[in-house]
Design a protein around this ligand. Sequence first.
Ligand code: GDP
Ligand code: IMO
Ligand code: MG
Length: 424
Amino acid sequence: MSITCVIGLQWGDEGKGKIVDLLSRDSDYVVRYQGGSNAGHTVVLGKEKFVLHIIPSGILHPGVKCVIANGVVFDPRQFLGELDGLKKKGIRIKKNLYISDRAHLVFPYHKAIDGIRESRLGKKKIGTTGLGIGPCYSDKFARTGIRVIDLFNPALFKERLQVNLSEKNVVISAGGGKPLSTQDIYQQYLHYARQIKPYVTDTRLMLEDALRRKKRILLEGAQGSLLDIDFGTYPFVTSSNADACGISSGAGISARKIDKITGVLKAYATRVGEGPFPTELNDALGENLRRIGGEYGATTGRPRRCGWLDLVAAKYSAQLNDIDSIAITKLDVLSHLKKIKVAVAYKYNGKTIHEFPAAVEALARCRPVYRELPGWQADISGINRYNDLSVAARKYLDFISQHLGVPIGIVSVGAERKRFLIKR
Ligand code: GDP
Ligand code: IMO
Ligand code: MG
């Protein structure tokens, strides 16, 4: 297998960072192809915790080349901060990190406008990370974006920045904000340009060359399929294709070349931000999942909404991405439960449905139809062989696999790097 992808099957935070770190052992390149620093991917090595936002989660493996491809919206300030944090923790970064010259840049005006739009929406807000992701992608598609490569043509960069700010400052002023200075941003970004220059390259060309040399490429999806701009719970989504659909445009790799897609599925469900969530538990059970699972946003620190596993949604994501195998994460978090519920259908307008609706208004009115399965009530976090899991735990996994019609490949039973099982 030369091209493998890791895709979240829920609303993000499935544990993609942990799975990518694991699969990085068998990869030469790890590539982020969409999203930006709205992502928060956690990897735990012993007692040390790393949260990667824009740098691929393969960076903790010295031999792996990490690529921030063209489809990512690139915030140089966040990037440089993250790089510094990694270096301080003793991670060596030398000729193993690349940034696409075609990636679009996130500017302070994107963040300002993200905030203004959200406050204007009031109760109907999306609950974004506030990092300017939506406004930056909007500019990309409106053809007014500024790309990494533009930083190296200062006259052109300044001209584009001026044009953009003349429009953005109107919005910022109307939103009650302080207009931003072209000169300040210009100087600041030229300073960033000097710092990021050693990493900037044509990443598409680099990956093409890597494929020719039979190198193994791992594509690291950010967010999750239900946050996808086309197939997610629109408008409560992010602004990129957070499923496998985004790979071709986001990395410049033909869809024909993808060999394997692993879908990451948390053993229960979480969501940060607003939007419908049929299996949400607004009770002590939900609070327990949040506490035991440590369900607080890796980027914003916000408490994550928690609920039962939703197999209607997971099946939709599994089909959408045509996944080859499932990586189940956080199975250990369910160990205290006597009984575990999973949604297998929805009740909508008096009918039982198995399809994930396109309209959020419909999804908000769907009531889950649950199957109840016995819990295992034993600590499984120290188990490292699949067959050592109790019968009840294996039955839970088999139920998921059968319902989705996809085999389970990896089961994660703890945050730490070594806490996983391979199902053979
Ligand atoms: P990502 O965005 O998909 O990479 O996921 P996050 O890092 O935002 O959230 C997953 C959280 O669960 C992180 O704190 C991980 O360290 C943690 N985690 C990952 N896998 C497991 C697991 O199997 N068990 C437990 N208890 N925690 C896990
Ligand atoms: P990882 O990669 C979970 C959510 C936000 C909000 C919506 C839009 O760690 O799984 P945005 O700032 O992207 O415009 O916000 O998307 N969101 C995430 N939720 N995990 C993420 O990334 C997310 N990235 C964005 O909370 O609801
Ligand atoms: Mg996350």
